[in-house]
Design a protein around this ligand. Sequence first.
Ligand code: SF4
Ligand code: SF4
Length: 435
Amino acid sequence: MRVMAQMAMVMNLDKCIGCHTCSVTCKQAWTNRAGTEYVWFNNVETRPGLGYPRTYEDQDKWEGGWVRKANGRLELKAGGRIKKLLSIFSNPKLPSINDYYEPWTYDYETLTNSPQTDTFPVARPKSLISGKDMNVEWSANWDDDLGGSMEHASRDVMLKGIEDKVKFEFEQTFMFYLPRICEHCLNPSCAASCPSGAIYKREEDGIVLVDQDRCRGWRMCVSGCPYKKVYFNHKTGKAEKCTFCYPRIEVGIPTVCAETCVGRLRYIGLMLYDADKVLEAASVENDHDLYEAQRSVFLDPRDPEIERAALDAGIAPDWIEAAKKSPVLKLITDYKVALPLHPEYRTMPMVWYIPPLSPVVDVVKETGEDAEDQRNLFAAIDTLRIPVEYLANLFTAGDPVPVDMVLKKLAAMRSYMRDINLGRDPDESIAEAVG
Ligand code: SF4
Ligand code: SF4
């Protein structure tokens, strides 16, 4: 057993209101510079939607790109030995600036100096890169305005092959927000794909960083990261990525996104894990086993034997104490309500999510009442607005069983607490049913 420590984050998606405060404060702190105009270390996606950069979840459909082999390793998709060899000297297909979005500004002079008229003055958007007028057709979080409408809902659903489960009617459309940062993976493919060895995972806390002096701008990390969370600074010619705000973490304060989150939905903490088990867990044959496999590498610092092993491994006593009290440990290991994003990418991501517990459709339709005020919320869980299959495609490589269990736990907790808050006797059988 090789005990190591890892900073991790859990986000509770039911609490995200899509305000983008996290994205803006992160940008102000880290990417408010020339060359990083298009870069959002933290972005908030509307789901269903294309994401940022668009279609990053379907990159094995792109020409070139990477595919995952049965043994869990990433391999260049480009066909034929010669093509593969050549692509080592060039690069497999990368997202273009149009897939992120071409950042723009407005001619504010025209807006502010316009003479008074009956209608609002209009200023055309101008590219921040070329300075030319633009027709804006795509941008980060473009899906927000569509609100999960038919075109995009159906696209995502069709891609995932669950069209028979979702009827494309507005009554049944759904949306939620998915904030994303770099996953600071236990098995980071960005680091594995860097020919210069510039990307490294810190020994002490697992934060994944780019050594700016060693980076030679190959951009293999950009194509190698399945979450598309490494970016190319076109002014410096170097790769940049989320740093988990390590200068703040080092002095004991949270990341900027967590501190400024309006919904208070980001939980940060240390996890201990067995580094000897990581590759084995990332290589399990069946995608459906990945969630459990990843959980199996985590160690419980409250176990005296693990605590001793952590001390022997050189982990500082106050870090072990912090790991014991970590909210992330409770949400992932004790309550088992947090799930990894796309475990099938097999990079062992360390930003996990509590899936959204959407309203129960039938209860709302039939009674017109607030679904959360129903004592039968737990019983009616099968009619949730967001299909369990959709969430399973995001969090458990398509396996609906763990998602269903998490949603039942969340529903049980809400029913139970609602009863207590309303002065009613809580239904103990609900709590027992979900353990
Ligand atoms: Fe690297 Fe991407 Fe994982 Fe971040 S999410 S550690 S950039 S592979
Ligand atoms: Fe969601 Fe918090 Fe970001 Fe607002 S600040 S979009 S609530 S994660």
